[in-house]
Design a protein around this ligand. Structure first.
Ligand SMILES: [Zn+2]
Length: 384
């Protein structure tokens, strides 16, 4: 078991907890990374293939002022290849993104893209969705890929179970995830240069006893941060929150907590209220491209005829480039004409909504008003 380790491993990555809401346990803090500080709680836009689909790194930096984005190890490993990216100076240089990057382990894609061939004790055997070639991800190899990419936060390989799963299947899978996490962490400790952090992932399907067991075992790694995975896989929303409530209080207050793959805008304060610091989701960018725009007063389905002559911005309270310059009627026109600029303008707006919500949440926590903020968001989401 990994326990004591040299302090210099954490010389760059550090989590600073600033304020904890005494009523809810919501936290405000700062992730210090080799590529800048990230105020938390934070929503991380998803940049699957070394780009956030539809928008430029320049817009992510200047317009959105995002501090951290996510990259997908599975996709970058297959194309263009992590060694290619390493030769070109690492992922930050490759995609001209000077701020922090978190990469997943690749496991989620392997389990969700029907590319899975076999799970063994050693790792997962899968088929490329690009050309059918066989590949193997092991706890060690996915970290090697992420080290080549040079991400600031790396994730360990875990097994992502479909929902629902039997307790027996979930127990066996959780034990495998734990063995992989120990192997990955040993590899990480032996290779770490202090510039990259590494988070293990709590699994356990929708069983509180397995979630608790997995958490307690992972605590022995004394990890840089902890993720809660295996949520948003089709289970009822109340159950995802319940699993988060089970796990979060067991995690050390001094480490960041990341719930993977959530959620809708009104879910963000709910996870924060359960002590979560980091979230990511493809919803804002994917929905934007599909014509689904988020606003403070409900959704705008941009293709609807009601917006044909609508001169108003998508959201009158939004300060994004899209809302400051363009009407719903114009966006509807671009969408129906399949113009590429539609995806750019829509994605800019939806990501702005998510980042603004997190900014408001953080501010509310800092000034001691988060419980009131949470109540007002809940009241608003009921009426939407
Ligand atoms: Zn906007």
């Amino acid at each position: 078991m990994q326990k004591a380790h040299p302090l210099q491993l954490r010389s760059v990555f550090r989590f600073e907890l600033q304020v904890t809401c005494p009523e809810t346990g919501a936290r405000a803090g700062v992730l210090h990374t080799a590529h800048g500080d990230v105020p938390t709680p934070v929503f991380m836009p998803v940049g699957t293939q070394a780009t956030v689909k539809g928008i430029l790194a320049r817009d992510l930096l200047n317009d959105l002022d995002a501090k951290i984005i996510l990259g997908n190890t599975y996709h970058l490993y297959l194309r263009p290849g992590h060694e290619t990216i390493r030769k070109l100076g690492g992922l930050h240089r490759f995609m001209a993104w000077p701020r922090a990057v978190l990469t997943d382990s690749g496991g989620f894609q392997v389990f969700s893209l029907d590319s899975l061939r076999k799970v063994t004790e050693e790792g997962v055997l899968f088929r490329s969705h690009l050309n059918g070639d066989s590949h193997m991800f092991t706890p060690e190899s996915t970290l090697d890929v992420q080290m080549a990419l040079g991400s600031d936060i790396m994730m360990v390989l875990d097994e992502c179970l479909a929902y629902p799963a039997s307790h027996e299947a979930a127990r066996a899978s959780t034990e495998r995830t734990l063995r992989w996490a120990r192997a990955a962490y040993a590899h990480y400790r032996s290779r770490a240069n202090g510039s990259q952090a590494c988070f293990p992932i709590v699994q356990g399907s929708m069983y509180a006893d397995l979630r608790r067991h997995c958490t307690e075992q992972l605590l022995e790694l004394d990890a840089d941060g902890y993720a809660i995975g295996g949520l948003s896989v089709g289970e009822p929303r109340a159950l995802s929150l319940e699993m988060t409530e089970t796990v979060a209080p067991l995690l050390p207050a001094s480490r960041p907590r990341y719930v993977m793959g959530v959620g809708m805008p009104d879910e963000l304060p709910e996870y924060v209220a359960r002590g979560i610091d980091m979230m990511d989701c493809v919803l804002p960018s994917r929905n934007a491209r599909n014509g689904y725009l988020f606003t403070r007063s409900g959704r705008v389905i941009v293709k609807q005829a009601q917006y044909k002559d609508d001169p108003r911005p998508v959201d009158e309270t939004c300060n994004c480039y899209t809302c400051k310059n363009f009407s719903r009627a114009y966006l509807r026109h671009l969408f129906l004409a399949s113009e590429i600029s539609y995806a750019t303008l829509a994605t800019l707006h939806n990501l702005r909504v998510y980042l603004d919500i997190m900014g408001e949440i953080r501010q509310a926590i800092l000034v001691g008003r988060f419980p009131a903020y949470l109540r007002s968001r809940r009241a608003a989401s009921v009426t939407e």
